[in-house]
Write a protein that binds this ligand. Structure first.
Ligand SMILES: NC(=O)c1ccc[n+]([C@@H]2O[C@H](COP(=O)([O-])OP(=O)(O)OC[C@H]3O[C@@H](n4cnc5c(N)ncnc54)[C@H](OP(=O)(O)O)[C@@H]3O)[C@@H](O)[C@H]2O)c1
Length: 310
């Protein structure tokens, strides 16, 4: 098998990906916009974003493989409808997302966010620690990432709750579905983590209406996408002390502009979209598996349902 791969990303290194794919295929073609000799021979589009010229010239394309866990960066109206699209599930990405979630949760659970504020004013104030079993953490999204995060937090002893589109049965995790279920879940949660995909149904899900159901003083961690959050509603919820504090890894606009009120806000920690990182060395295994499947005409792993949006 000699797959012919077209690569397009402004975030990922083509050299690293070429080297990583060489670990899986003895012989393969690898090109980028501008150096693809015979577009009709391209089998696989391995992309973060759609190139300026689109994908139409690859008339014999067998699969589009996203370099990200999400696919919202790919405009569905610019994708050839007959070509299957798969997203990336990579153990390194999952591991880094789990680590980020645990770090952000522990920062709230052990009150570091309050000690950070107090220490700026040289204030020595004893806030007694609590046990993890007394902190409840809710996850919006129980997919590849949400499930792993939920399991890891459960393992640490936290009370874990989770919300998904379809019902789930998970060990020692209380699960919810539907908008009523979401309202009930956040009403019981000290810390709320968003790890949903961005779709028409989930855009702006973190808004005033949801915050109105939250337990007073809840903390929010957004590891999904910036457009899940109505930023003005969060600022208002913090002013009203409904939401105590927020950790935001993603912004409506990235980078978040210098004059944005999130910067320097005493109750908001911004991280520059670093929660999860996929590494070609590990991710290439999953990509190679899907390339083999596409070449064999088989259904892809983690194939996206474009109607559903994820
Ligand atoms: N910040 C970062 O660095 C970073 C890195 C990687 C990924 N992400 C974000 O994480 C997201 C999730 O990734 P994943 O691999 O876990 O995705 P996934 O496996 O597709 O899981 C998505 C989860 O969201 C649920 N969901 C989707 N639409 C819903 C709706 N309308 N109502 C309720 N639940 C809904 C799904 O429910 P069902 O289980 O019922 O289908 C599923 O549990 C990505 O799309 C991306 O936005 C962020």
């Amino acid at each position: 098998m000699k797959p012919n791969i077209f690569f397009n990303s402004n975030l990922d290194s083509p050299e690293e990906w070429r080297a990583a794919l060489a670990m899986h295929f003895g012989d393969f073609k690898f090109s980028m916009a501008g150096d693809t000799e015979n577009p009709e021979n391209v089998d696989i589009a391995l992309v973060w974003t759609i190139p300026d010229g689109g994908l139409e010239r690859f008339i014999n394309l067998r699969a589009i493989l996203s370099l990200g866990a999400g696919v919202n960066q790919l405009d569905p109206t610019r994708l050839p409808a007959h070509v299957p699209l798969a997203r990336l599930v990579d153990p390194s990405l999952t591991r880094t997302m789990v680590d980020y979630a645990k770090t952000a949760v522990y920062r709230y659970h052990r009150r570091f966010h309050e000690f950070e504020r107090l220490s700026r004013h040289s204030e020595w104030k004893f806030i007694p620690p609590t046990l993890t079993r007394d902190t409840s953490v809710a996850l919006l999204g129980l997919g590849e990432l949400g499930r792993e995060i939920a399991g890891a937090l459960r393992h640490e002893g936290f009370k874990v709750l989770g919300w998904s589109r379809t019902p789930k049965q998970l060990n020692n995790i209380q699960t919810f579905t539907g908008r009523d279920g979401l309202a009930s879940m956040v009403a019981e949660s000290d810390i709320i983590i968003n790890v949903l995909p961005l779709t028409d149904d989930t855009r702006h899900i973190l808004r005033r209406e949801l915050f109105s159901h939250c337990r007073r003083g809840a903390c929010l961690i957004n590891m999904g996408r910036g457009l899940h959050l109505v930023e003005a509603d969060l600022l208002e919820a913090i002013d009203d002390r409904i939401i105590a504090d927020a950790t935001l890894d993603v912004g409506t606009v990235e980078p978040i502009p210098p004059a944005h009120p999130f910067w320097n806000h005493p109750h908001i920690l911004v991280t520059p979209h670093v929660a999860g990182l996929s590494m070609p060395e590990t991710a290439s295994k999953a990509i190679a598996e899907n390339i083999r499947k596409a070449m064999a005409g088989e259904r892809l792993l983690h194939q996206v349902d474009l109607g559903r949006g994820y």
